[in-house]
Design a protein. Structure first.
Length: 94
């Protein structure tokens, strides 16, 4: 709880919160057992593990970006073997 109080005092919190995009399913629930901040590789991995342990209804991921990019494919994009469009998909689908 102390961490949440510190987060509220953080000057950048207002900026991040004002740009959050929530699905109707996520906004309908007020309480989660696990809140994962960040939908990058680490956040997605942790949320998948917690989902198996606690159930999907108890895990929420907060991610301000609308698109999730699979960064390992960027080497192939740079080489011309893949397109930039193939490296991203909507964050909600991840």
């Amino acid at each position: 709880m102390a961490a949440l109080r510190r987060l509220r005092k953080c000057p950048s919190t207002g900026i991040v919160i004002s740009h959050l995009h929530t699905s109707s399913r996520a906004s309908a629930k007020q309480h989660y057992k696990m809140l994962v901040l960040g939908g990058g590789s680490g956040g997605i991995t942790m949320s998948a593990r917690m989902k198996r342990m606690m159930g999907a209804e108890n895990v929420a991921v907060v991610e301000p970006s609308e698109m999730h990019y699979y960064q390992p494919i960027w080497t192939l994009v740079g080489a011309g073997a893949k397109s930039v469009a193939s490296s991203g998909r909507p964050t909600a689908s991840v």
